[in-house]
Design a protein around this ligand. Sequence first.
Ligand code: 9MG
Length: 280
Amino acid sequence: MVTKAASSWLLPEGRVAVMGILNVTPDSFSDGGLFVDPRKASQHAFDLIAAGADIIDVGGESTRPGASPVTRDEECARVLPVITAIRERSEIPISVDTSDPVVMAEAVAAGADFINDVRALTRPGALAQAAALGVPVCLMHSPAEPAIMQVRPRYADVVAEVRRFLSDRMAACLAAGIAQEKIVIDPGFGFGKTLVHNQALMRALPEFAALAPVLIGVSRKSMAGDLLGLAVGERLQTSIALALAGIRGGARVVRVHDVRETVAAVRTWEWIFEPKERVT
Ligand code: 9MG
């Protein structure tokens, strides 16, 4: 097994981390069913690494709008062989996309370095488990379970409500013993939000970046398609535009399907806007 040197891998100075998405699910909205076979999934991970990914996010539960829940055993059966296979051959930081405390523990034992929880550690036992595991966490905002989250989402003030939720979850993490530097936040684009809500959150991203390092997931989502009527497979350019808009707003990690194309755009952006960090 390869062990990964502890470093600033998650939030490198002067550089945005590109997180490659690996959905080991039969029903995710854009790549559902493509990587259910563990061999295909781990091959895809190595393709993402070759394309320049800084982190691989492995998930076994679809969180697309309307998705049904997955059992713990099924989630473990999907993600653990893939995490193990990646870690056997690579030091790449691995994130596990889960809300289940048992899956968190098993995934970290198999080699995961980071917990990405779309329920912000609100499931029973998740907060204590993440604290005990001692790995960094991403707290994402979602107002409801995936099955119903897109049924008429409503907010009086989406920015204030999402900011309050994330501040409260950060406070809960700190009280549970998770260090501030291990907390990343995410406004949860597309999770219980309309196009207008997503636009307001994108515009307000600097307010979130003032609270903690921000991760964003906009890749191929409806906010990258609805404006121009683009199908899921036609959203590459708009997804990259949104990722760069998020980086302009202070995002430090971008979660994407199209790693090679996003890396090219992000590194070019950094060449212009982060010149002090570059070696000439
Ligand atoms: C798992 N997953 C799907 N979309 C996501 C997003 O926008 N952010 C995070 N953190 N995870 C996501």
